[in-house]
Design a protein around this ligand. Structure first.
Ligand SMILES: NC(=O)c1ccc[n+]([C@@H]2O[C@H](COP(=O)([O-])OP(=O)(O)OC[C@H]3O[C@@H](n4cnc5c(N)ncnc54)[C@H](O)[C@@H]3O)[C@@H](O)[C@H]2O)c1
Length: 446
């Protein structure tokens, strides 16, 4: 099928590559000329496992085309995806300017029936706005070409985006049009063979489903962080509590890991956006407000431990930092906990020697060259001359380090572990002081 994807970011590029892989003919349109030029030259702008070979092979086979020429893209696609960013506005609500800009462009250029599919995460009612925008622009241009607008939110996880798109848990289609539903069923048939994963519903419910999913996951994290903070105060170990509650099938083990807060491009902005949308309809979303507040506080947790440990004086300290990306297997630094920590350390006059398997370039791009940030070639190198070690991201490569070497390299034998990677008892066997999240008496570095 002929498909066009507007926005070649995490969602658009992965979706395009996966659709091309099964044989669809995909055009990718972006306003970022540099990104398009790079992609044409085989340079993939993001790190995502499995993505580079998929994009390259499909590009070489002619099934995926990169362009900044929107008119060409619109001419090509019978199905047009909108997968542009919906960043938070000043008040936290989702900014729809990119989505509506694409809607205008489609309206200006379309000359045959189009199914416009909204894949960006957007507030309830956005499909109606896209529909209205296309109608308005067509009217201004004296056009009357038929079209439909469908909601098809994306549930991929960064770090596993390709496999999530290849084997989705569910495909949500928000539409009341039988014609559009039939076309989308045909498009997604290669991903829907094992059992029917397509759930068709009205557009508004589809839009809300996406927010509900992300907010539920963020709630699980903040809830667990709340329990971790209580465990700390009560002298309990949250890791025991986690196992104890996870064994209840109604709760389950997934997504109840305590840590130094959630980040990324989705949870923080989507929780905020739903809170603002709720306010817009006169409702105060108290659970979600608390989820956001708990997470905000949790991102300062490691900094608080450091301040406590060093008697509120971090001036001149050098901190070895493992993990910069907001989670493992991505180079995405948006809203990463590491950023909150680094910025607070710098305010106190400390410097950071950091390592991340994939996010070093992105860190360099965000912070540029500064005397209090050194990006090191290996995790071991971060510790040379450092006072202590802090872990912000649970990359596999950090899970079984040489503790003897850590102890012998950092000046104070202390680890601040924002992801509970290690056992406090083992740390004390190695003679390392250990601060985990919510680990009872061990939290005080005992
Ligand atoms: N990243 C994720 O894990 C994820 C998962 C599910 C849903 N989402 C949602 O999907 C949407 C996209 O997220 P992302 O992370 O892929 O964003 P991104 O920032 O990585 O990419 C967005 C792209 O859109 C391009 N763009 C902006 N305006 C455009 C225009 N008028 N025409 C063409 N291209 C344009 C930008 O240049 C950029 O390349 C967001 O609404 C997000 O909430 C993201």
């Amino acid at each position: 099928m002929k498909v066009t994807v507007f926005g070649i970011g995490y969602v658009g590029l992965v979706q395009a590559a996966v659709l091309a892989e099964v044989g669809h003919d995909v055009y990718c349109v972006d306003v970022d000329q540099q990104k398009v030029d790079n992609l044409k030259a085989g340079i993939i702008p993001i790190f995502e496992p499995g993505l580079t070979p998929l994009v390259k092979s499909n590009h070489e086979a002619g099934r995926i085309t990169f362009t900044t020429n929107a008119a060409e893209g619109i001419e090509h696609g019978e199905l047009i995806f909108i997968a542009v960013g919906t960043p938070p506005d000043e008040d936290g609500s989702a900014d729809l300017k990119y989505v509506l800009a694409v809607a205008s462009t489609i309206a200006e250029n379309m000359s045959s029936h189009k199914i416009v599919i909204n894949k960006s995460t957007v507030p309830v009612g956005t499909a109606d706005k896209v529909r209205a925008k296309i109608a308005e622009v067509q009217k201004t241009n004296n056009k009357d070409v038929s079209y439909d607008v469908v909601s098809n939110p994306e549930f991929l996880k960064e770090g596993a985006a390709v496999s999530d798109c290849m084997r989705p848990d569910r495909i949500i289609l928000g539409t009341s049009s039988e014609v559009s539903e039939k076309k989308l069923r045909e498009l997604y048939a290669p991903f829907n063979r094992n059992h029917d994963k397509i759930i068709v519903m009205d557009v508004r419910s589809a839009e809300l489903t996406k927010y509900a999913a992300n907010c539920m996951l963020a709630t699980k994290i903040s809830f667990m962080n709340e329990i971790a903070n209580l465990a700390e105060l009560f002298g309990a170990d949250v890791e025991n509590v986690r196992k104890g509650i996870g064994s209840d099938p109604r709760i389950g083990y997934q997504f109840i890991y305590p840590g130094c807060g959630y980040g990324g491009s989705c949870f923080p902005k989507d929780v905020q956006a739903l809170v603002r949308s709720a306010t817009g309809v006169g409702y105060s979303a108290k659970v979600l407000e608390a989820v956001e507040a708990v997470n905000y506080r949790q991102k300062e947790k490691l900094f608080d431990y450091l301040m406590d440990h060093y008697d509120n004086n971090l001036k001149g300290k050098t901190i070895a930092l493992w993990g910069l990306s907001f989670k493992p297997n991505t180079d995405d630094m948006r809203e990463a906990s590491s950023r909150v920590l680094m910025e607070k350390l710098w305010e106190q006059g400390a410097s950071v020697q950091a390592y991340d398997p994939e996010a070093m370039e992105e860190t360099q791009r965000i912070y540029g060259n500064r005397a209090d940030l050194s990006l090191m070639g290996t995790k071991e190198a971060t510790m040379n001359g450092a006072d202590c070690l802090v872990i912000c991201t649970e990359w596999q490569a950090f899970k079984a380090p040489d503790f003897e070497a850590i102890k012998n390299t950092i000046k104070d034998p202390v680890i601040f572990d924002g992801r509970n990677l290690f056992e406090p008892a083992l740390m004390s066997e190695y003679g390392l002081q250990y601060y985990g999240i919510g680990r009872g008496s061990s939290v005080k570095g005992n």
